[in-house]
Design a protein around this ligand. Structure first.
Ligand code: AP5
Ligand code: MG
Length: 190
């Protein structure tokens, strides 16, 4: 199974992706986690992306796509992509690649959470340099400007659905599981 999780900073993409990966036996591929790993390990990619990640700005598309190609293609039993695509451009560019290989997504899940709850979660977590009040505000702005148009671009596709992400992590997970079961595309390829 191949899934996408789309949501604002703090919406619970990582939390839900981990659960979906365990439930369906698929790989959890997080663009943000991989980027932070490169920064921590001071790889050449890490050095190129650090300033973007610290500031809460989007890393250039080409760098993110090059980084993800290998793990996506290696995920033989499927994947849940967390944090990619984040822009319409990323969606269009990656579709051409995955379509040709027959590994395009089967469901995209939008986690919908009100802004006040996002801010509360991120400031309570304090993951690192991008969980400060100023950078959280900027990340939310980047989301509105770049990722909300992606949701509009995907709107109306039968494989895309929105869940209320402001409930408990268990309730959100159950809801996503039930919606996936209902999807014809899932049933065909399961
Ligand atoms: P990324 O790592 O993707 O960060 P993000 O989108 O800002 O989201 P987070 O990881 O902060 O939140 P999440 O939605 O995963 O929620 P989580 O489960 O952790 O990206 C970081 C940076 O990398 C970007 O700013 C950018 O620079 C770069 N980047 C990444 N992808 C890119 C791309 N495609 N293109 C360009 N640049 C890219 O939960 C958050 C907190 O809430 C946790 O403490 C959790 O325990 C808690 N929580 C979760 N669910 C619930 C719940 N249901 N109830 C209560 N609390 C909950
Ligand atoms: Mg995350």
């Amino acid at each position: 199974m191949r899934l996408l999780l789309i949501g604002a900073p703090g919406a619970g993409k990582g939390t839900q992706a981990e659960r979906l990966a365990a439930r369906f036996g698929i790989a959890h591929i997080s663009s943000g986690d991989l980027l932070r790993q490169h920064v921590r390990n001071r790889t050449s990619l890490g050095q190129r992306v650090k300033s973007y990640v610290d500031a809460g700005d989007l890393v250039p598309d080409g760098l993110v796509m090059d980084m993800l190609r290998k793990p996506v293609l290696a995920a033989a039993s499927g994947y849940v992509l967390d944090g990619f695509p984040r822009t319409v451009e990323q969606a269009k560019a990656s579709y051409a690649v995955v379509r040709a290989l027959g590994v395009e997504v089967q469901a995209a899940i939008h986690l919908d959470v009100p802004r006040a709850e996002l801010v509360r979660r991120l400031l309570a977590r304090g993951r690192g340099s991008d969980d400060t009040q100023a950078v959280v505000g900027h990340r939310l702005q980047v989301y509105l400007e770049n990722t909300v148009p992606l949701l509009e671009y995907y709107a109306g596709r039968e494989w895309m659905f929105t869940v209320d992400g402001a409930r408990s992590a268990d309730a959100v997970h159950e809801d996503i599981g039930a919606r996936i079961q209902k999807l014809a595309s899932f049933i065909k390829s399961a």
